[in-house]
Write a protein that binds this ligand. Structure first.
Ligand SMILES: Cc1cc2nc3c(=O)[nH]c(=O)nc-3n(C[C@H](O)[C@H](O)[C@H](O)COP(=O)(O)OP(=O)(O)OC[C@H]3O[C@@H](n4cnc5c(N)ncnc54)[C@H](O)[C@@H]3O)c2cc1C
Length: 469
Protein backbone atom coordinates (compact mmCIF):
# COMPACT_ATOMS: atom_id res chain seq x y z
CA UNK A 1 0.00 0.00 0.00
CA UNK A 2 1.41 3.42 -0.95
CA UNK A 3 1.64 6.14 1.71
CA UNK A 4 -1.38 8.48 1.78
CA UNK A 5 -0.87 11.64 -0.24
CA UNK A 6 -1.71 14.92 1.47
CA UNK A 7 -3.00 17.81 -0.59
CA UNK A 8 -3.09 21.39 0.53
CA UNK A 9 -6.08 22.88 2.33
CA UNK A 10 -5.92 25.65 -0.22
CA UNK A 11 -6.48 23.21 -3.07
CA UNK A 12 -9.37 21.52 -1.24
CA UNK A 13 -11.01 24.89 -0.54
CA UNK A 14 -10.77 25.76 -4.24
CA UNK A 15 -12.35 22.42 -5.27
CA UNK A 16 -15.17 22.94 -2.76
CA UNK A 17 -15.84 26.39 -4.16
CA UNK A 18 -16.36 24.83 -7.62
CA UNK A 19 -18.60 21.84 -6.80
CA UNK A 20 -19.82 22.52 -3.25
CA UNK A 21 -18.82 21.07 0.12
CA UNK A 22 -20.92 17.87 -0.23
CA UNK A 23 -19.33 16.87 -3.54
CA UNK A 24 -15.77 16.51 -2.29
CA UNK A 25 -14.78 13.35 -0.42
CA UNK A 26 -11.54 12.61 1.40
CA UNK A 27 -12.64 9.89 3.85
CA UNK A 28 -10.86 6.54 3.61
CA UNK A 29 -13.87 4.51 2.40
CA UNK A 30 -14.64 6.92 -0.43
CA UNK A 31 -10.98 7.04 -1.49
CA UNK A 32 -10.83 3.23 -1.59
CA UNK A 33 -14.16 2.93 -3.44
CA UNK A 34 -13.72 5.56 -6.16
CA UNK A 35 -9.94 5.09 -6.40
CA UNK A 36 -10.16 1.77 -8.19
CA UNK A 37 -11.80 -0.21 -10.99
CA UNK A 38 -12.57 -3.96 -11.28
CA UNK A 39 -8.87 -4.98 -11.26
CA UNK A 40 -6.97 -6.10 -8.18
CA UNK A 41 -3.38 -5.61 -9.36
CA UNK A 42 -2.75 -2.12 -7.95
CA UNK A 43 -3.71 -0.58 -4.62
CA UNK A 44 -5.79 2.59 -4.81
CA UNK A 45 -4.28 5.70 -3.22
CA UNK A 46 -6.08 8.85 -4.40
CA UNK A 47 -5.99 12.10 -2.44
CA UNK A 48 -9.54 13.31 -3.11
CA UNK A 49 -12.71 12.31 -4.99
CA UNK A 50 -14.81 15.01 -6.66
CA UNK A 51 -18.28 14.80 -8.17
CA UNK A 52 -18.92 17.62 -10.66
CA UNK A 53 -22.35 18.11 -12.26
CA UNK A 54 -21.56 20.05 -15.45
CA UNK A 55 -18.97 20.33 -18.19
CA UNK A 56 -18.08 23.81 -16.90
CA UNK A 57 -17.34 22.46 -13.42
CA UNK A 58 -15.11 19.75 -14.93
CA UNK A 59 -13.23 22.42 -16.90
CA UNK A 60 -12.66 24.49 -13.75
CA UNK A 61 -11.38 21.40 -11.89
CA UNK A 62 -8.94 20.57 -14.70
CA UNK A 63 -7.64 24.14 -14.74
CA UNK A 64 -7.15 23.96 -10.98
CA UNK A 65 -5.27 20.65 -11.30
CA UNK A 66 -2.91 22.33 -13.80
CA UNK A 67 -2.38 25.23 -11.43
CA UNK A 68 -1.58 22.96 -8.45
CA UNK A 69 0.20 20.22 -10.48
CA UNK A 70 -2.24 17.56 -9.28
CA UNK A 71 -2.87 14.53 -11.51
CA UNK A 72 -6.45 13.54 -12.42
CA UNK A 73 -7.99 10.09 -12.82
CA UNK A 74 -11.33 10.18 -14.67
CA UNK A 75 -13.68 7.66 -13.13
CA UNK A 76 -16.76 6.11 -14.71
CA UNK A 77 -18.58 2.97 -13.55
CA UNK A 78 -15.24 1.49 -12.36
CA UNK A 79 -15.82 -1.81 -14.18
CA UNK A 80 -12.62 -1.44 -16.21
CA UNK A 81 -10.34 -4.46 -16.52
CA UNK A 82 -7.00 -2.75 -17.20
CA UNK A 83 -6.53 -0.54 -14.11
CA UNK A 84 -7.17 2.55 -16.25
CA UNK A 85 -9.38 4.05 -13.52
CA UNK A 86 -7.11 3.13 -10.61
CA UNK A 87 -5.73 6.20 -8.85
CA UNK A 88 -2.57 4.75 -7.30
CA UNK A 89 -0.47 7.89 -6.85
CA UNK A 90 -2.37 10.58 -5.01
CA UNK A 91 -4.54 11.66 -7.95
CA UNK A 92 -7.73 13.71 -7.78
CA UNK A 93 -10.44 11.30 -8.93
CA UNK A 94 -13.07 13.07 -11.03
CA UNK A 95 -16.17 10.87 -10.90
CA UNK A 96 -18.91 11.42 -13.48
CA UNK A 97 -21.54 9.75 -11.25
CA UNK A 98 -23.68 12.89 -11.04
CA UNK A 99 -23.53 13.61 -14.77
CA UNK A 100 -26.08 11.01 -15.84
CA UNK A 101 -28.85 12.93 -17.60
CA UNK A 102 -30.39 12.83 -21.05
CA UNK A 103 -29.88 16.34 -22.42
CA UNK A 104 -31.80 16.06 -25.68
CA UNK A 105 -33.40 13.53 -28.00
CA UNK A 106 -33.57 13.91 -31.80
CA UNK A 107 -36.00 11.28 -33.18
CA UNK A 108 -35.48 12.32 -36.81
CA UNK A 109 -31.72 11.90 -36.38
CA UNK A 110 -32.16 8.72 -34.32
CA UNK A 111 -29.79 10.34 -31.83
CA UNK A 112 -29.65 11.09 -28.12
CA UNK A 113 -27.47 13.70 -26.39
CA UNK A 114 -26.42 12.54 -22.92
CA UNK A 115 -24.06 13.36 -20.09
CA UNK A 116 -21.15 10.92 -20.02
CA UNK A 117 -21.84 9.57 -16.54
CA UNK A 118 -25.01 7.85 -17.75
CA UNK A 119 -24.98 4.10 -17.02
CA UNK A 120 -24.86 2.00 -20.21
CA UNK A 121 -27.99 0.05 -19.27
CA UNK A 122 -29.88 3.29 -18.62
CA UNK A 123 -29.12 4.36 -22.17
CA UNK A 124 -30.26 0.96 -23.46
CA UNK A 125 -33.53 1.36 -21.51
CA UNK A 126 -34.00 4.95 -22.64
CA UNK A 127 -33.50 3.93 -26.28
CA UNK A 128 -36.08 1.16 -25.87
CA UNK A 129 -38.61 3.58 -24.35
CA UNK A 130 -38.24 5.73 -27.48
CA UNK A 131 -38.75 2.68 -29.74
CA UNK A 132 -35.05 2.43 -30.59
CA UNK A 133 -32.07 0.28 -29.62
CA UNK A 134 -28.58 0.94 -28.28
CA UNK A 135 -26.64 -2.17 -29.23
CA UNK A 136 -23.36 -1.98 -27.28
CA UNK A 137 -23.86 -4.55 -24.54
CA UNK A 138 -21.82 -6.67 -22.12
CA UNK A 139 -22.05 -8.26 -18.68
CA UNK A 140 -21.08 -5.06 -16.84
CA UNK A 141 -23.44 -2.70 -18.68
CA UNK A 142 -25.57 -2.37 -15.51
CA UNK A 143 -22.68 -0.50 -13.87
CA UNK A 144 -20.40 0.90 -16.59
CA UNK A 145 -20.87 4.46 -17.81
CA UNK A 146 -20.89 5.82 -21.35
CA UNK A 147 -17.81 7.93 -20.53
CA UNK A 148 -15.92 4.77 -19.52
CA UNK A 149 -17.23 2.92 -22.59
CA UNK A 150 -15.96 5.76 -24.76
CA UNK A 151 -12.65 5.91 -22.85
CA UNK A 152 -12.08 2.20 -23.59
CA UNK A 153 -13.96 1.97 -26.92
CA UNK A 154 -15.94 -0.87 -25.32
CA UNK A 155 -17.03 -3.81 -27.45
CA UNK A 156 -19.04 -6.69 -26.00
CA UNK A 157 -21.39 -9.34 -27.28
CA UNK A 158 -23.00 -7.65 -30.31
CA UNK A 159 -19.91 -6.36 -32.10
CA UNK A 160 -20.20 -8.91 -34.92
CA UNK A 161 -23.27 -7.02 -36.20
CA UNK A 162 -23.14 -3.59 -34.60
CA UNK A 163 -19.44 -2.82 -34.04
CA UNK A 164 -17.70 -1.15 -31.11
CA UNK A 165 -18.70 1.96 -29.11
CA UNK A 166 -16.85 4.12 -31.68
CA UNK A 167 -19.50 3.23 -34.30
CA UNK A 168 -22.23 4.87 -32.22
CA UNK A 169 -20.57 8.17 -31.34
CA UNK A 170 -21.74 11.09 -33.46
CA UNK A 171 -20.30 13.81 -31.26
CA UNK A 172 -18.45 14.46 -28.02
CA UNK A 173 -18.04 17.33 -25.61
CA UNK A 174 -14.66 17.04 -23.94
CA UNK A 175 -12.57 18.98 -21.46
CA UNK A 176 -8.94 18.74 -22.59
CA UNK A 177 -6.00 18.39 -20.22
CA UNK A 178 -5.59 22.16 -20.54
CA UNK A 179 -9.14 22.74 -19.33
CA UNK A 180 -10.52 23.81 -22.73
CA UNK A 181 -14.06 22.75 -23.65
CA UNK A 182 -14.36 21.29 -27.18
CA UNK A 183 -17.62 20.36 -28.90
CA UNK A 184 -16.47 17.75 -31.42
CA UNK A 185 -18.56 16.88 -34.52
CA UNK A 186 -21.83 18.00 -32.85
CA UNK A 187 -23.81 14.95 -33.87
CA UNK A 188 -23.40 15.25 -37.62
CA UNK A 189 -23.28 12.24 -39.92
CA UNK A 190 -21.45 14.17 -42.62
CA UNK A 191 -18.70 16.59 -41.69
CA UNK A 192 -15.67 16.75 -43.98
CA UNK A 193 -13.86 19.61 -42.27
CA UNK A 194 -10.52 18.11 -41.34
CA UNK A 195 -9.34 15.95 -38.46
CA UNK A 196 -12.08 14.04 -36.61
CA UNK A 197 -10.71 14.85 -33.14
CA UNK A 198 -13.54 13.03 -31.33
CA UNK A 199 -11.96 9.73 -32.37
CA UNK A 200 -8.81 10.49 -30.37
CA UNK A 201 -10.86 10.55 -27.17
CA UNK A 202 -12.57 7.23 -28.02
CA UNK A 203 -10.19 4.63 -26.56
CA UNK A 204 -8.05 7.45 -25.12
CA UNK A 205 -8.47 6.08 -21.55
CA UNK A 206 -8.84 9.56 -20.13
CA UNK A 207 -5.25 10.48 -21.02
CA UNK A 208 -6.15 13.45 -23.28
CA UNK A 209 -9.10 14.84 -21.36
CA UNK A 210 -12.49 14.06 -19.87
CA UNK A 211 -15.52 13.21 -21.98
CA UNK A 212 -18.44 15.05 -20.40
CA UNK A 213 -21.22 14.69 -23.00
CA UNK A 214 -21.91 12.54 -26.05
CA UNK A 215 -24.26 12.50 -29.02
CA UNK A 216 -25.09 8.87 -29.58
CA UNK A 217 -26.69 7.19 -32.58
CA UNK A 218 -29.53 4.72 -32.00
CA UNK A 219 -30.61 1.73 -34.07
CA UNK A 220 -33.95 0.09 -34.91
CA UNK A 221 -34.95 -2.58 -32.40
CA UNK A 222 -34.11 -6.19 -33.31
CA UNK A 223 -37.07 -8.53 -33.84
CA UNK A 224 -37.68 -12.15 -32.82
CA UNK A 225 -34.19 -12.96 -31.58
CA UNK A 226 -33.24 -16.62 -31.41
CA UNK A 227 -30.30 -18.12 -29.53
CA UNK A 228 -28.56 -21.40 -30.29
CA UNK A 229 -26.01 -23.00 -27.97
CA UNK A 230 -23.94 -25.70 -29.64
CA UNK A 231 -21.48 -28.15 -28.06
CA UNK A 232 -18.32 -28.56 -30.15
CA UNK A 233 -15.50 -31.13 -29.98
CA UNK A 234 -12.46 -28.87 -30.42
CA UNK A 235 -11.18 -25.43 -31.44
CA UNK A 236 -11.00 -26.53 -35.10
CA UNK A 237 -14.77 -26.86 -35.32
CA UNK A 238 -15.55 -23.30 -34.22
CA UNK A 239 -14.65 -21.29 -37.31
CA UNK A 240 -16.35 -23.63 -39.83
CA UNK A 241 -19.55 -23.23 -37.78
CA UNK A 242 -19.16 -19.43 -37.95
CA UNK A 243 -18.64 -19.55 -41.71
CA UNK A 244 -21.57 -21.93 -42.24
CA UNK A 245 -24.03 -19.66 -40.41
CA UNK A 246 -22.62 -16.31 -41.43
CA UNK A 247 -22.68 -17.08 -45.14
CA UNK A 248 -26.49 -17.51 -44.97
CA UNK A 249 -27.74 -15.61 -41.91
CA UNK A 250 -26.91 -12.22 -40.37
CA UNK A 251 -25.68 -13.08 -36.89
CA UNK A 252 -26.14 -10.62 -34.02
CA UNK A 253 -23.70 -12.56 -31.78
CA UNK A 254 -21.21 -15.40 -32.03
CA UNK A 255 -19.55 -16.21 -28.70
CA UNK A 256 -17.56 -19.17 -27.45
CA UNK A 257 -16.57 -20.64 -24.08
CA UNK A 258 -14.90 -23.76 -22.73
CA UNK A 259 -16.28 -26.46 -20.44
CA UNK A 260 -14.41 -25.02 -17.44
CA UNK A 261 -16.17 -21.66 -17.95
CA UNK A 262 -19.49 -23.54 -18.22
CA UNK A 263 -18.77 -25.40 -14.98
CA UNK A 264 -17.92 -22.23 -13.06
CA UNK A 265 -21.23 -20.66 -14.16
CA UNK A 266 -23.21 -23.82 -13.29
CA UNK A 267 -21.53 -23.94 -9.84
CA UNK A 268 -23.26 -20.66 -9.03
CA UNK A 269 -26.59 -22.45 -9.33
CA UNK A 270 -28.51 -19.81 -11.29
CA UNK A 271 -28.73 -21.71 -14.59
CA UNK A 272 -28.67 -25.32 -15.73
CA UNK A 273 -26.59 -27.18 -18.30
CA UNK A 274 -28.35 -26.56 -21.66
CA UNK A 275 -28.12 -30.22 -22.77
CA UNK A 276 -26.76 -33.43 -21.23
CA UNK A 277 -23.57 -33.78 -23.28
CA UNK A 278 -20.58 -32.08 -21.66
CA UNK A 279 -18.42 -30.82 -24.54
CA UNK A 280 -14.90 -29.34 -24.63
CA UNK A 281 -16.26 -26.07 -26.06
CA UNK A 282 -19.53 -24.31 -26.75
CA UNK A 283 -20.62 -21.63 -29.16
CA UNK A 284 -23.56 -19.33 -28.58
CA UNK A 285 -25.02 -17.69 -31.64
CA UNK A 286 -27.89 -15.28 -31.99
CA UNK A 287 -29.87 -14.01 -34.96
CA UNK A 288 -33.12 -12.30 -35.81
CA UNK A 289 -35.76 -14.67 -37.15
CA UNK A 290 -38.91 -12.68 -37.91
CA UNK A 291 -39.77 -15.00 -40.83
CA UNK A 292 -40.20 -18.79 -40.96
CA UNK A 293 -37.67 -19.30 -43.82
CA UNK A 294 -34.86 -17.94 -41.61
CA UNK A 295 -35.61 -20.55 -38.95
CA UNK A 296 -35.69 -23.25 -41.64
CA UNK A 297 -32.33 -22.05 -42.92
CA UNK A 298 -30.87 -22.10 -39.37
CA UNK A 299 -32.05 -25.68 -38.82
CA UNK A 300 -30.59 -26.71 -42.18
CA UNK A 301 -27.19 -25.25 -41.25
CA UNK A 302 -27.36 -26.83 -37.79
CA UNK A 303 -27.94 -30.26 -39.35
CA UNK A 304 -25.09 -29.70 -41.80
CA UNK A 305 -22.76 -28.85 -38.88
CA UNK A 306 -23.85 -32.05 -37.06
CA UNK A 307 -23.17 -34.13 -40.19
CA UNK A 308 -19.71 -32.61 -40.51
CA UNK A 309 -18.92 -33.55 -36.91
CA UNK A 310 -18.46 -29.88 -35.95
CA UNK A 311 -21.36 -30.00 -33.49
CA UNK A 312 -21.93 -32.70 -30.85
CA UNK A 313 -25.18 -31.42 -29.40
CA UNK A 314 -27.27 -28.25 -29.39
CA UNK A 315 -30.31 -26.39 -28.17
CA UNK A 316 -32.38 -23.47 -29.49
CA UNK A 317 -34.30 -21.01 -27.32
CA UNK A 318 -38.06 -21.62 -27.38
CA UNK A 319 -39.12 -18.49 -25.51
CA UNK A 320 -37.73 -15.29 -24.04
CA UNK A 321 -36.95 -16.84 -20.65
CA UNK A 322 -34.92 -19.63 -22.27
CA UNK A 323 -33.15 -17.07 -24.43
CA UNK A 324 -32.09 -15.14 -21.32
CA UNK A 325 -30.97 -18.31 -19.54
CA UNK A 326 -28.88 -19.41 -22.51
CA UNK A 327 -27.27 -15.97 -22.62
CA UNK A 328 -26.45 -16.25 -18.90
CA UNK A 329 -24.20 -19.23 -19.68
CA UNK A 330 -21.94 -16.77 -21.46
CA UNK A 331 -22.71 -13.53 -19.65
CA UNK A 332 -22.16 -14.91 -16.12
CA UNK A 333 -18.64 -16.21 -16.83
CA UNK A 334 -16.69 -13.09 -15.78
CA UNK A 335 -18.46 -12.81 -12.45
CA UNK A 336 -18.31 -16.59 -11.82
CA UNK A 337 -14.54 -16.70 -12.18
CA UNK A 338 -13.91 -13.38 -10.36
CA UNK A 339 -13.36 -15.11 -6.95
CA UNK A 340 -10.41 -16.99 -8.52
CA UNK A 341 -8.63 -13.63 -9.17
CA UNK A 342 -8.08 -14.51 -12.84
CA UNK A 343 -5.11 -13.21 -14.79
CA UNK A 344 -6.88 -11.84 -17.84
CA UNK A 345 -5.72 -11.63 -21.40
CA UNK A 346 -7.95 -10.01 -24.00
CA UNK A 347 -6.30 -10.62 -27.35
CA UNK A 348 -7.47 -10.38 -30.95
CA UNK A 349 -6.38 -11.19 -34.48
CA UNK A 350 -8.02 -11.20 -37.91
CA UNK A 351 -10.77 -13.82 -38.07
CA UNK A 352 -8.79 -15.42 -40.91
CA UNK A 353 -5.94 -16.13 -38.47
CA UNK A 354 -8.07 -17.36 -35.55
CA UNK A 355 -7.67 -21.15 -36.16
CA UNK A 356 -3.85 -21.07 -36.40
CA UNK A 357 -3.53 -18.42 -33.68
CA UNK A 358 -5.72 -20.25 -31.19
CA UNK A 359 -3.72 -23.43 -31.71
CA UNK A 360 -0.43 -21.68 -30.99
CA UNK A 361 -1.81 -19.94 -27.91
CA UNK A 362 -3.26 -23.24 -26.68
CA UNK A 363 0.16 -24.90 -27.06
CA UNK A 364 1.81 -22.08 -25.10
CA UNK A 365 -0.62 -22.17 -22.19
CA UNK A 366 -0.66 -25.98 -22.03
CA UNK A 367 3.15 -26.10 -21.94
CA UNK A 368 3.57 -23.24 -19.47
CA UNK A 369 0.63 -23.56 -17.11
CA UNK A 370 0.38 -27.32 -16.50
CA UNK A 371 -0.90 -26.73 -12.96
CA UNK A 372 -3.24 -23.81 -13.58
CA UNK A 373 -6.88 -23.88 -14.63
CA UNK A 374 -7.32 -22.11 -17.98
CA UNK A 375 -10.68 -20.60 -18.70
CA UNK A 376 -11.33 -19.81 -22.38
CA UNK A 377 -14.15 -17.64 -23.61
CA UNK A 378 -14.66 -14.68 -25.85
CA UNK A 379 -16.17 -12.85 -28.77
CA UNK A 380 -14.72 -15.31 -31.25
CA UNK A 381 -16.86 -14.00 -34.11
CA UNK A 382 -14.79 -10.78 -33.86
CA UNK A 383 -11.44 -12.61 -33.58
CA UNK A 384 -11.36 -11.77 -29.84
CA UNK A 385 -10.29 -14.33 -27.22
CA UNK A 386 -10.45 -13.90 -23.46
CA UNK A 387 -7.81 -16.13 -21.94
CA UNK A 388 -8.22 -16.30 -18.16
CA UNK A 389 -5.77 -18.09 -15.91
CA UNK A 390 -7.29 -18.91 -12.52
CA UNK A 391 -5.26 -18.48 -9.35
CA UNK A 392 -4.75 -21.69 -7.36
CA UNK A 393 -5.96 -21.19 -3.77
CA UNK A 394 -2.52 -21.96 -2.27
CA UNK A 395 -0.60 -19.36 -4.31
CA UNK A 396 -0.49 -15.74 -3.20
CA UNK A 397 -1.66 -13.03 -5.60
CA UNK A 398 1.78 -11.50 -6.28
CA UNK A 399 3.49 -14.84 -6.96
CA UNK A 400 0.61 -15.83 -9.22
CA UNK A 401 0.72 -12.62 -11.28
CA UNK A 402 4.52 -12.86 -11.52
CA UNK A 403 4.24 -16.38 -12.95
CA UNK A 404 1.58 -15.26 -15.43
CA UNK A 405 3.72 -12.37 -16.59
CA UNK A 406 6.57 -14.71 -17.51
CA UNK A 407 4.30 -16.38 -20.04
CA UNK A 408 2.91 -13.08 -21.35
CA UNK A 409 6.04 -12.71 -23.43
CA UNK A 410 5.23 -15.85 -25.44
CA UNK A 411 1.54 -15.01 -25.75
CA UNK A 412 2.26 -11.45 -26.94
CA UNK A 413 5.01 -12.56 -29.32
CA UNK A 414 2.39 -14.76 -30.96
CA UNK A 415 -0.05 -11.83 -31.02
CA UNK A 416 2.64 -9.73 -32.72
CA UNK A 417 3.45 -12.48 -35.23
CA UNK A 418 -0.20 -12.38 -36.36
CA UNK A 419 -0.36 -8.55 -36.33
CA UNK A 420 -2.94 -8.78 -33.57
CA UNK A 421 -3.87 -6.72 -30.52
CA UNK A 422 -2.72 -7.25 -26.93
CA UNK A 423 -5.95 -5.59 -25.81
CA UNK A 424 -8.98 -6.07 -28.01
CA UNK A 425 -11.51 -4.16 -25.91
CA UNK A 426 -10.40 -3.78 -22.27
CA UNK A 427 -7.82 -1.05 -22.85
CA UNK A 428 -4.18 -0.79 -21.85
CA UNK A 429 -4.33 1.11 -18.56
CA UNK A 430 -1.57 -0.05 -16.25
CA UNK A 431 -1.94 -3.83 -16.63
CA UNK A 432 -1.06 -3.94 -20.33
CA UNK A 433 1.20 -0.86 -20.45
CA UNK A 434 4.47 -2.86 -20.48
CA UNK A 435 3.26 -4.74 -23.55
CA UNK A 436 2.00 -1.91 -25.77
CA UNK A 437 5.03 -2.32 -28.05
CA UNK A 438 3.78 -5.75 -29.14
CA UNK A 439 0.82 -4.11 -30.91
CA UNK A 440 2.02 -0.57 -31.68
CA UNK A 441 5.30 0.40 -33.37
CA UNK A 442 7.79 2.70 -31.63
CA UNK A 443 6.92 5.41 -34.19
CA UNK A 444 3.19 5.09 -33.47
CA UNK A 445 3.80 5.37 -29.73
CA UNK A 446 5.90 8.51 -30.31
CA UNK A 447 3.03 10.06 -32.32
CA UNK A 448 0.62 9.16 -29.51
CA UNK A 449 2.90 10.81 -26.94
CA UNK A 450 3.17 13.92 -29.11
CA UNK A 451 -0.63 14.11 -29.34
CA UNK A 452 -0.91 13.77 -25.57
CA UNK A 453 1.41 16.77 -25.16
CA UNK A 454 -0.86 18.89 -27.40
CA UNK A 455 -4.02 18.16 -25.42
CA UNK A 456 -2.39 17.82 -22.00
CA UNK A 457 0.95 19.69 -21.88
CA UNK A 458 1.34 19.36 -18.10
CA UNK A 459 0.53 15.63 -18.08
CA UNK A 460 -2.28 15.97 -15.55
CA UNK A 461 -4.64 13.57 -17.36
CA UNK A 462 -4.38 10.01 -16.07
CA UNK A 463 -0.56 9.87 -16.07
CA UNK A 464 0.98 6.39 -15.96
CA UNK A 465 -1.82 4.87 -18.04
CA UNK A 466 -1.35 3.64 -21.63
CA UNK A 467 2.34 4.71 -21.69
CA UNK A 468 4.81 6.70 -19.59
CA UNK A 469 5.91 9.99 -21.08
C1 LIG B 1 -18.15 -8.67 -15.71
C2 LIG B 1 -17.49 -7.78 -16.71
C3 LIG B 1 -17.66 -8.01 -18.06
C4 LIG B 1 -17.08 -7.16 -19.00
N1 LIG B 1 -17.28 -7.40 -20.33
C5 LIG B 1 -16.77 -6.55 -21.24
C6 LIG B 1 -16.99 -6.77 -22.64
O1 LIG B 1 -17.60 -7.75 -23.05
N2 LIG B 1 -16.50 -5.85 -23.50
C7 LIG B 1 -15.80 -4.75 -23.08
O2 LIG B 1 -15.39 -3.93 -23.91
N3 LIG B 1 -15.54 -4.55 -21.78
C8 LIG B 1 -16.00 -5.41 -20.86
N4 LIG B 1 -15.75 -5.20 -19.52
C9 LIG B 1 -14.87 -4.08 -19.11
C10 LIG B 1 -15.56 -2.75 -18.75
O3 LIG B 1 -16.90 -2.94 -18.38
C11 LIG B 1 -15.44 -1.77 -19.92
O4 LIG B 1 -14.08 -1.48 -20.15
C12 LIG B 1 -16.22 -0.47 -19.71
O5 LIG B 1 -16.21 0.26 -20.91
C13 LIG B 1 -15.64 0.41 -18.60
O6 LIG B 1 -16.56 1.45 -18.33
P1 LIG B 1 -16.57 2.14 -16.89
O7 LIG B 1 -17.56 3.24 -16.93
O8 LIG B 1 -16.73 1.14 -15.83
O9 LIG B 1 -15.10 2.77 -16.90
P2 LIG B 1 -14.02 2.87 -15.77
O10 LIG B 1 -13.55 1.51 -15.36
O11 LIG B 1 -14.47 3.78 -14.69
O12 LIG B 1 -12.85 3.59 -16.61
C14 LIG B 1 -12.28 2.98 -17.74
C15 LIG B 1 -11.29 3.94 -18.40
O13 LIG B 1 -11.98 5.05 -18.97
C16 LIG B 1 -11.57 6.27 -18.35
N5 LIG B 1 -12.78 7.08 -18.19
C17 LIG B 1 -13.87 6.85 -17.44
N6 LIG B 1 -14.78 7.81 -17.60
C18 LIG B 1 -14.25 8.70 -18.48
C19 LIG B 1 -14.70 9.93 -19.04
N7 LIG B 1 -15.89 10.44 -18.74
N8 LIG B 1 -13.87 10.58 -19.89
C20 LIG B 1 -12.66 10.08 -20.20
N9 LIG B 1 -12.19 8.93 -19.71
C21 LIG B 1 -12.98 8.24 -18.86
C22 LIG B 1 -10.92 5.86 -17.04
O14 LIG B 1 -9.97 6.81 -16.60
C23 LIG B 1 -10.29 4.54 -17.43
O15 LIG B 1 -9.07 4.76 -18.08
C24 LIG B 1 -16.29 -6.05 -18.57
C25 LIG B 1 -16.10 -5.83 -17.19
C26 LIG B 1 -16.68 -6.67 -16.27
C27 LIG B 1 -16.48 -6.38 -14.81
Amino acid sequence: MNAPVHISEDFLTSIRSIVGEQRVKTDHDSLMTWGKDHTKHFDPNPSVVVFPATTEEVAELVKLANQYHIAITPSGGRTGLSAGAVAANGEMVISLDRMNKVLNFYPADRMVHIQAGMITEQLQNYAEEQGFYYPVDFASSGSSQLGGNIGTNAGGIKVIKYGMTRNWILGLTVVTGKGDILHLNKGMIKNATGYALQHLFIGGEGTLGIVTEAEIKLERQPHDLQVLVLGVPDFDAIMPILHAFQSKIDLTAFEFFGELAMQKVLDNGHVQRPFETACPFYVLLEFEAPYEPIMDKAMEIFEHCMEQGWVLDGVMSQNLEQLHNLWRLREDISESIAPFIPYKNDISVLITHVPAFIKEIDDIVTANYPDFEICWFGHIGDGNLHLNILKPADLNKDEFFAKCQVVNKYVFETVKKYNGSISAEHGVGMTKKPYLGYSRSAEEIEYMKALKKVFDPNDVMNPGKLFDL
